[in-house]
Design a protein around this ligand. Structure first.
Ligand code: FAD
Length: 369
């Protein structure tokens, strides 16, 4: 059976690994961090992702790990107004520590060989394929791998070709208890020039994740706690929810990627998840896209007569574009609207006047299927 090395064991990499291992492929999965680990994310899995998990017979097992069903979205404008809209299809609140470890375990169970902690430090084309430089982070030794196929699932597209431009935005996140909010809603909050969300996750906790301009983080010397205090002061709904709440996890921060599906990929390499494209996180679609692109890439490898088949690679890229393009544009507009005090206030008015108006936005974000 052909061999494949997959770089990164986030939702995209582990899903690709388990699908190929189930089909008897010789799979090596590299992950630089030890699991479980927390990750900057809103921790809401969209219906797109839940559908993939159901198709690959993991949905029910995942639901036993987290039964935090999200059935509605609540928008809080900075002026304190809010509006509620039902989600066309439910989402699931689950921490990345739990979700990513669950998928990695499933990949291992399916037969993937997991090298962890191990980092891919280089990727170069050779005459016969691709050579990877892999550092075993426990022993601090470096080895070369020359697999027949390479899937990049590094979450940032740093390895295949030039890295995408920085967006100038950061994601920040932490876990909380004692939030006075509903346990079946994803809540969005507009702040000054940025936005964020609260979502319930397993263990009675909430996840708070915000997208903030790097300049605001810099203005506070990187002190996220102080910056978050400022964000709370900019949204009355957020202040209400957090009154009496307690932070139970460390603050994490990471640069926020945002780029479209590339016109070409290096020979011998397939990107999946955020290595293929990245959208504004406001719609909570990133993990769903990671799972669906991994499913498409695995199917491509299983059914194609070789990774070099250009026509099929172009078709896969087109399938990726149809996943990311409209969602990406809709989420960008959504982020701008929620980040503007005036436009967020108008949006809550419109939503309250006609609840169906939210359906269009949610449909464009990919929430209706
Ligand atoms: C603020 C914010 C909120 C978000 N909210 C949501 C949400 O609510 N719902 C949602 O679905 N999405 C959300 N997202 C997006 C989501 O986090 C990503 O789309 C998703 O993590 C992409 O999955 P992935 O597997 O492609 O990459 P990742 O999850 O980033 O995984 C990549 C993995 O590769 C490993 N890796 C990287 N480089 C190497 C290397 N060289 N060698 C070995 N290993 C490597 C990393 O350690 C990591 O484990 C949010 C993002 C942000 C920033």
């Amino acid at each position: 059976m052909p061999d494949v090395t997959i770089i990164g064991a986030g939702p995209a990499g582990s899903t690709a690994a388990l699908l190929l291992a189930r089909r008897g492929w010789d799979v090596t999965l590299l992950e630089q961090h030890r699991f479980p680990r927390d990750k900057v994310c809103g921790e809401c899995l969209s219906a797109l992702g839940i559908e993939v998990l159901d198709r690959i017979s993991l949905g029910d097992r995942l639901r036993t790990l987290s039964s935090v069903n999200l059935t509605k979205a609540i928008l809080h404008a900075g002026n304190g107004d809010s509006a509620t809209a039902p989600l066309p299809r439910p989402m699931l609140g689950i921490s990345r520590a739990l979700f990513d470890e669950f998928l990695l375990d499933e990949a291992r169970r399916a037969g993937a060989r997991v090298l962890q902690p191990a980092r891919c430090e280089g990727l170069e084309a050779t005459e016969s394929g691709v050579r990877l430089r892999v550092r075993d982070l426990q022993r601090n030794t470096v080895e070369s791998h020359e697999p027949a196929h390479v899937i990049v699932a590094d979450g940032k597209s740093a390895l295949p070709g030039p890295a995408p431009d920085h967006t100038g935005d950061f994601g920040i996140k932490s876990h909380w208890t004692g939030i006075s909010g509903p346990r079946d809603a994803i809540e969005l909050f507009g702040c000054r020039g940025c936005y964020g969300g609260l979502a319930p996750i397993e263990g009675g906790r909430w996840n708070a994740a915000f997208s903030v301009p790097a300049s605001r983080l810099r203005a506070h010397g990187g002190d996220i706690e102080t910056l978050f205090g400022e964000l709370i002061s900019e949204n009355a709904g957020l202040a209400r929810r957090l009154d009496g709440a307690r932070r139970v996890g460390d603050w994490l921060a990471a640069p926020l990627p945002r780029f479209a599906v590339r016109a070409t990929w290096p020979a011998g390499v397939l990107p999946v998840g955020n290595a293929a494209a990245a959208i504004e996180p406001i719609g909570g679609e990133g993990m769903g896209l990671a799972l669906r692109s991994a499913e498409l890439a695995a199917h491509f490898l299983i059914t194609s007569d070789g990774i070099a088949n250009q026509a099929k690679r172009s078709r896969l890229r087109r399938e990726y574009r149809s996943l990311w393009q409209v969602r990406g544009a809709a989420c960008r507009v959504g982020a701008r609207v929620v980040s503007s005090r005036m436009m967020a206030a108008i949006s809550t008015e419109i939503l309250n006047a006609d609840a169906r108006s939210g359906n269009v936005a949610m449909k464009l974000m990919g929430k209706s299927g």
